[in-house]
Design a protein around this ligand. Structure first.
Ligand code: FEO
Length: 615
């Protein structure tokens, strides 16, 4: 039974869907199926715009004959000669010997290549700007070579302002009754397939798509009728905007895609660490794909969407892992440009994949290849952690370049102040080339405008002296999931004798050049000292906040939470009977009485934080 729909006065959609085809063009998975659109206008003369794929031939002819209802078919316009649209052209021509076939010279050459029905004797050859009148409607033909084949043209109905756009603006996905893009949730449910269709089918031909977009911009379009997917009667500018970006090879989003090839999971482990490092640096919505299981067409589409690409490959047969090589060659074939790229190679005895990937990507236009390459021998070991951090730093700085600029006023997120409590914080400073940090428990907001805080810092802390000298510091607000080893790392030894950041992975540099923690923190504040007050053991610093960022929604650790849930109960050393134990770090002072001005040599807390050893 026929299934047609009038989409504009006298204009009918007479296409159909295929939900059983596994691979479009034998190459691209289409789990959502595909539609083959054909349009019939019943004017004084009847005119058909393209036919359909052989898969839906019976329905197509039922639709056509139903609407013609015995009338002649005067014209068939062949906008595109690819068989997914014209496999049924010969059958149509034989069933309707009265029909004139409209196409350009290249169309006719292709018809001769595919068929034998003698199209030339019944053809109307058109060129750029030619018109055809069918009664009430007049059509103009616009050539669109290589969008997607050389013979492609589009047809503009100057009366109804309808553009029959061939493959342009098409998409994978079968139509489920709702024929118009405004009847479906296009952005959420169709855009990924529209992007995948564009990138893989016509992505290579950006220049030619640009030429078509210029022609389309010169006409007023009220209805857009592609050969695949929904029709557009509103929101056309939005969709054209996507085509503008894709065809100029400009990313749609500042986003990171990681594609990796991993034989035994070690390369995957490396990119998981890298992704976590990126997340710690504020990079959101990271997309990650295993090239062995994700179809290359998906990765190509994601590469068209994302600004930053990371490729990680094991070395295989002295080359790039085959599935990764396929992806890279696909990207090259589709002419991808203007991306920032990070690379990670793995190889157990002779790693080559990094250099080979770099060479392949280097042959593509305007690709910025980051120098911070990660080199792994079999599996991630300590030295590679620093490389992963360096690559994460470089990618994050490129994704969020503003974070590296000293424009502090623009970077103060007011919500970051809400993370402050009577809690525990890592206070960091930098003096020359030396970074250091310590634990403090007194950070308080003083004023809201300007954002101003106070911190109290023990004078014995090395960080204290660095702040006195430089006037700059960062406060990282610790969260409840912070492990005790973190407190021990920053609280129980002195930066005068230890480099606390030598092997510490979870840190990033903020705009003021000072390190701040990137894990176990929900916010950080950067501040510049405006005044300081001497309170004996401590200095109270008053400082203006120059940068403040929320990093996560995890709850801030409070002093009480730390003592109840994180800090192990101090145990006195064997054999010590009389003395006092520091509640903060467990240091034991041996003796009958504790001097009231005693300062713990480990954590620098005073006598108030000691309690008598229990017998
Ligand atoms: Fe839908 Fe290029 O064919």
């Amino acid at each position: 039974m026929y299934c047609v729909k009038e989409i504009q006065k006298d204009l009918y959609w007479i296409g159909g869907n295929d939900r059983r085809l596994a691979l479009f063009e034998g190459a691209y998975p289409i789990p959502r199926g595909v539609s083959y659109n054909s349009y019939l206008l019943l004017d004084e003369k009847t005119i058909l715009f393209d036919t359909v794929d052989r898969a839906i031939e019976p329905l197509f002819f039922e639709n056509l004959e139903h609407l013609l209802a015995g009338r002649k078919l005067n014209y068939v316009v062949v906008n595109h000669m690819e068989p997914d649209h014209c496999a049924t052209l010969e059958t149509l021509a034989r069933r309707h010997p009265e029909t004139t076939i409209v196409g350009n010279p290249k169309t006719m050459a292709m018809i001769r290549q595919f068929f034998t029905f003698g199209a030339d004797a019944r053809s109307l050859i058109v060129k750029e700007g030619d018109t055809l009148c069918t009664g009430a409607h007049t059509f103009t033909f616009l050539m669109a070579p290589m969008v997607h084949w050389p013979e492609v043209m589009v047809t503009y109905d100057t009366t109804a302002k309808t553009l029959f756009s061939a493959d342009a603006f098409g998409t994978f996905g079968a139509l489920g009754g709702n024929l118009f893009a405004d009847e479906v949730n296009f952005e959420a449910e169709w855009l990924p397939d529209a992007r995948r269709y564009y990138a893989n089918i016509v992505g290579k031909y950006g220049t030619q798509v640009q030429a078509l977009l210029k022609k389309a911009a010169a006409v007023d379009i009220e209805l857009l009728c592609p050969l695949h997917g929904p029709m557009w009667r509103g929101g056309i500018d939005w969709y054209v905007g996507k085509y503008q970006l894709w065809s100029r090879y400009e990313p749609e989003e500042k986003a990171v895609m990681i594609a990796y090839a991993s034989v035994y999971g070690d390369t995957e482990n490396a990119v998981q660490i890298l992704a976590a490092d990126l997340a710690d640096r504020g990079v959101r919505n990271i997309a990650m794909y295993d090239v062995s299981v994700t179809h290359p067409s998906v990765i190509v589409a994601e590469a068209f969407r994302c600004s930053h690409l990371i490729f990680a490959s094991t070395t295989y047969n002295a080359g790039i892992f085959p599935a990764m090589e396929t992806v890279l060659l696909d990207l090259k074939a589709h002419n991808l440009q203007n991306r920032t790229v990070g690379l990670l190679q793995n190889g157990s005895w002779a790693p080559t994949s990094g250099d080979l990937m770099r060479r392949c990507l280097g042959e593509m236009k305007n690709m910025t290849l980051l120098n911070e390459q990660v080199d792994i021998r079999s599996s991630v070991k300590e030295p590679q952690l620093a490389q992963l951090e360096a690559l994460a730093d470089a990618v994050a700085a490129s994704v969020h370049p503003a974070a590296a600029e000293p424009d502090h006023s623009a970077a103060v997120e007011p919500n970051a102040m809400f993370a402050l409590s009577y809690g525990l914080f890592v206070l960091t400073a930098r003096d020359g080339a030396k970074d250091n940090g310590c634990i403090i428990n007194t950070v308080t907001q003083l004023t809201d405008n300007p954002k101003r805080i106070t911190i109290a810092v023990n004078k014995q802390d090395y960080t204290h002296d660095m702040i006195v000298r430089t006037g700059l510091f960062n406060v990282s607000v610790l969260t409840e999931d912070a492990p005790f080893r973190l407190f021990r790392h920053f609280g129980f030894c002195s930066g005068r004798s230890t480099d606390k950041f030598a092997d510490f992975r979870h840190a990033a540099r903020s705009a003021n050049g000072v390190l701040r923690l990137s894990k176990y923190v929900n916010a950080f504040l950067s501040a510049r000292v405006t005044a300081s007050y001497d309170y004996g053991t401590h200095t109270l610093f008053v400082a203006d906040v120059t940068e403040a960022r929320v990093l996560s929604a995890a709850p801030s650790v409070t002093y009480a939470y730390y003592f109840a849930n994180i800090k192990p109960k101090p145990q006195p050393p064997e054999g010590v009977k009389k003395g006092f134990i520091c509640k903060i770090c467990g240091y034991v002072y041996e003796g009958e009485t504790l001097p009231p001005d005693f300062i713990c040599p480990i954590c620098k807390h005073g006598a108030a934080d000691f309690e008598p050893l229990k017998p």
